[in-house]
Structures are given as C-alpha cells and as structure tokens.
Design a protein around this ligand. Structure first.
Ligand SMILES: C[S@@+](CC[C@H](N)C(=O)[O-])C[C@H]1O[C@@H](n2cnc3c(N)ncnc32)[C@H](O)[C@@H]1O
Length: 198
C-alpha cells in the first residue's frame, strides 16, 4: 500500500493544475492548485475561518510567518489585505512552487521556502500563523506552536486553527502551560485561537 500524504514530496504524481477562486469582501484572489497538495480542490474551511477571524481582530503588524503554507492561501490573503510582506514555509515542494506562482498571480510580496518546521526560518515576526498539519501527528503540531515563540517579535502573536474533533482541546491545554491562550472563534467545530507570551 502506498501512503501519499499531502505533505510528502512525490515527483511522480501527475500534475493537473486547476484554479480556485476566493473573495474577501470585494477583493478577489485566484489560487493555482494541483494534485499532491492540501485542499487541492477548494480552499479549506478552517483556513478561511482563521484568516477571516484574524482580519476582524487585526493589529498593526509589519510582517508574518505562515508555517505549513501549502499553496499560499493564508499568506497571500494576509499580504494583500494588510499591504505587508511575509514568509511562508512548507515541506511540500510542489506546494511551495504553487505558492510562488500564486504570489505573482495575486501581486503580493511573500517569500516562500522549503522548510521542515523552522529548519530554514530566520528572523522574527509580528504574527506567526498556521493551519497545522494534523495528519503529520501531534508531535509536529505541538512543535510548530511551542517553537514559534523563538521566532516571535516582542508583543507578537501566534494564531492557529484546529478542529475540535482533531484534538483542539488537548492541544490548547498543553499550550496553556507556555502561552496565554485565547479562543477567538468556534465555527462548525473549528477553533481559532491566539497565543501570546506569558
Ligand atoms: C493543513 S495544511 C495547511 C495548508 C495551507 N496553510 C492552507 O491554509 O491551505 C498543513 C500544511 O503543513 C505542511 N507540513 C506538513 N508537515 C510539515 C512540516 N514538518 N514542516 C512544515 N510544513 C509541514 C503540509 O505540507 C501542508 O501544506
């Protein structure tokens, strides 16, 4: 049996690019997607809930880091709506190449790079956001959130989304040892939360 997860690199997977549309108010975006990446046929509801909740509560930020950026949805909407630049990282090279094309297509300045969690990340960020790879396992998910504080600017915030039935409550319980946790939205079982340094 072959296990082709969306987060593994599989160069043999046939490419069948498609375009997905998304509008935030009157601003519309197009995303090129393909086989072998997360949520290839439609924008993930958790990601939409995360970005729309963040934009409702947004702060004056200058940069961001999107961990597990996929084809760039969160990064590109954030960069466009807030007129800022940022960095997106992912282990999936096909997703990174799509994200680069999508940044050009939507005319934003985001630098996308391959990275296993924070391996190739430098600098500090006012916002670190993630729709984490639940299927990669709880260890990876917790590492994304717990190590984020090393890359957080002073007064920076981490924002995430996790589904209740994918362990949101137990993940937030662990994170509350390290961070001040606030739940900002619960929508169809998706919890959107922010984490701040204690
Ligand atoms: C739930 S998806 C979110 C994708 C994108 N942010 C979106 O909103 O559509 C999680 C992403 O994490 C990536 N990922 C999995 N393991 C990773 C790791 N160890 N380091 C970085 N990214 C990883 C996957 O390839 C996938 O693109």
């Amino acid at each position: 049996m072959s296990l082709n997860h969306y987060f593994t690199n599989n160069n043999n997977l046939r490419s069948e690019e498609r375009v997905i549309k998304y509008c935030y108010g009157s601003t519309c975006f197009e995303f090129i997607s393909d086989n072998g990446v997360f949520s290839k046929n439609k924008i993930d509801f958790g990601s939409i809930t995360l970005i729309e909740t963040y934009l409702k509560h947004k702060k004056n930020i200058h940069n961001f880091l999107d961990v597990g950026c996929g084809y760039g949805f969160l990064s590109i909407v954030l960069a466009k709506m807030l007129k800022i630049s940022g960095v997106g990282v992912d282990v999936n090279l096909r997703a990174i190449h799509l994200a680069e094309k999508n940044a050009l297509l939507n005319q934003v300045s985001v630098s996308f790079k391959e990275s296993n969690i924070y391996e190739n990340v430098t600098g500090t960020y006012d916002l670190i956001l993630t729709n984490p790879p639940i299927r990669a396992g709880k260890k990876v998910v917790l590492e994304i959130f717990l190590k984020a504080k090393e890359y957080l600017a002073e007064d920076g915030e981490i924002w995430g989304v996790v589904r209740k039935d994918q362990g949101a409550k137990s993940i937030l319980k662990v994170l509350s040892d390290t961070y001040q946790v606030e739940i900002l939205e619960k929508n169809k079982g998706f919890y959107v939360f922010s984490l701040k340094r204690r």
